[in-house]
Design a binder for this molecule. Structure first.
Ligand code: 4NP
Length: 155
């Protein structure tokens, strides 16, 4: 899961997807991590508004630590899931080949296929924006779990 700072959207998405992977008994098959395209917040825990919003839904993201996306992530992961078009452009800039590019997906395309809808950045708004974003992440991750289950069955 990749956003700009790795302190708001992508850590919430990491926490939600990890919870759903556990509930679906897919821990053995799926590894989840997150990163940001910028290094500014590297080493920080998630934004307190992201922590409290996730906590309200029973998801503990308080111990996650921000890091910057690197080209090695294309080798470590099968999917690089970005939150908006600018994350998409930034990640694609570091791609080495068409296989890397193929791994990059927009999160909300799981819940709304081919829409390329952005997950809005809640950083500069109030806490209600975090709840709205959480609900969008939750819905997209439900669809992502179904897609992963299908992939695993076919492999
Ligand atoms: P995120 O939110 O990309 O969802 O983690 C942001 C975090 C930090 C900044 C912008 C967005 N920032 O400008 O520092």
């Amino acid at each position: 899961m990749v956003c700009l700072g790795n302190i708001c959207r992508s850590p919430m998405a990491e926490g939600v997807l990890k919870m759903k992977v556990e509930l679906a008994n897919m821990n053995h098959a799926v590894e989840v991590d997150s990163a940001g395209t910028i290094s500014m917040h590297q080493g920080e825990h998630p934004d307190s508004r992201a922590i409290s919003t996730a906590k309200k839904h029973g998801v503990d993201i308080s111990k996650l630590v921000a890091r910057q996306f690197t080209v090695n992530d294309f080798d470590r992961f099968d999917k690089i899931i970005v939150m908006d078009a600018s994350n998409y452009t930034d990640v694609i800039k570091t791609a080495r080949n068409s296989d890397d590019i193929k791994k990059v997906k927009m999160l909300l395309n799981y819940s709304n296929p081919d829409s390329n809808n952005p997950l809005p950045d809640p950083y500069f708004g109030g806490i209600e924006g975090f709840e709205r974003v959480y609900q969008m992440i939750d819905k997209a991750c439900d669809a992502l779990i179904i897609s992963l289950e299908k992939e695993i069955l076919q492999s």
